[in-house]
Write a protein that binds this ligand. Structure first.
Ligand code: AKB
Length: 315
């Protein structure tokens, strides 16, 4: 059997850095090619690295040929808060780059594609509690619109051209290894740094804004498990609902306070409050559980303890 060679686009971001580690464990260092916009000299990676602008289809294609790539994990995107500040660029980057990868797969140069969608595909008309897989989708952010359109493209390329594309609707992802990249859920990471530095945090969302979240080790596990699942088990080709737990800023602060007595939080909602309010509070991920046996390892309490332990070491 031919080797599996993986290319990660957007590989220096919050998800990419940790996904690279997981994939290297699975396939070996030389079989995972990390790429990002940064030049190699600035990228902190062990193993093969390529500088790629995902807007440039030829650049993606030539790296795919050079390294005999069989699978692409396409993570490069402008997230919710950043895309609101630059809507046209957000739309172009998120759409064009996905279509480049899907077209390369359609032309049979690669056999599998992973592309994350997001809870941002939902909108104000979506049921907020235990949001079902199939429901009203009326996103009102550029990011959400681009992710919903991307989901439709993924399903279209699967149905019309047989492209083996797989996707998860990421909730807020919490991690400590790499900075988050301009999302609305980023508060749930910043809070840990400020808690350890100042024992207080000023939150840009209001106290009772509930959002679905997932700890990064579970996000990496889910992404790789979905890609490794036999094709017939992957019954949804738009994108799977997935989550670990849900909390509000006040609820997270309470958990942190159990570990750091005296920790306090204040609230100063900004433009991200409206984005958060348009998203679900909790997610029904029963299809992922049934189809490819998704099951998260971390509870909220375990995540909080692990984040504090690791960020303390970092600081
Ligand atoms: C964001 O907040 O934009 C992302 C997401 C939920 O997709 N973390």
């Amino acid at each position: 059997m031919a080797d599996t060679n993986v290319l990660i686009l957007g590989g220096c971001g919050q998800v990419g850095t940790e996904l690279a580690t997981g994939l290297k464990t699975l396939y070996g260092n030389d079989h995972v090619i990390v790429s990002d916009l940064k030049p190699a000299s600035e990228a902190m990676v062990d193993g093969p690295y390529e500088t790629i602008d995902v807007m440039d289809k030829d650049a993606i294609f030539s790296v795919i040929k050079k390294h005999k790539i069989t699978q692409v994990y396409h993570l490069a995107a402008l997230l919710s808060a950043t895309a609101e500040k630059n809507p046209m660029f957000g739309w172009q980057l998120n759409m064009d780059s996905l279509l480049h990868v899907l077209n390369i797969a359609k032309e049979n140069h690669i056999s599998k594609v992973y592309w994350p969608s997001s809870i941002a595909v939902f909108g104000p008309g979506t049921p907020k509690k235990n949001t079902p897989q199939d429901t009203v989708m009326d996103p009102n952010t550029v990011y959400g619109i681009s992710k919903l359109a991307g989901e439709r493209w993924c399903e279209y390329y699967h149905e019309k051209f047989g492209v083996d594309v797989r996707s998860i609707r990421y909730p807020g992802l919490i991690s400590y290894k790499t900075e988050p990249g301009g999302g609305t859920t980023d508060y749930a990471i910043h809070i840990f740094y400020d808690a350890l530095k100042k024992n207080s945090y000023e939150c840009f969302l209001s106290a009772d804004t509930e959002l679905p979240m997932l700890y990064m080790p579970d996000a990496i596990k889910a992404s790789i498990e979905l890609m490794e699942a036999p094709a017939e088990k992957v019954k949804i080709r738009s994108s799977y609902n997935l989550a670990g737990f849900s909390f509000t800023p006040a609820g997270l602060a309470k958990e942190i306070e159990k570990q750091l007595p005296g920790f306090s939080i204040t609230y100063k909602p900004d433009f991200r409050q409206a984005i958060a309010e348009s998203w679900p509070g909790s997610i029904d991920d029963s299809r992922a559980r049934a189809d490819w046996q998704w099951n998260p390892d971390y509870s909220l309490e375990q995540m909080v303890k692990d984040m504090l332990l690791n960020i303390k070491k970092k600081l």
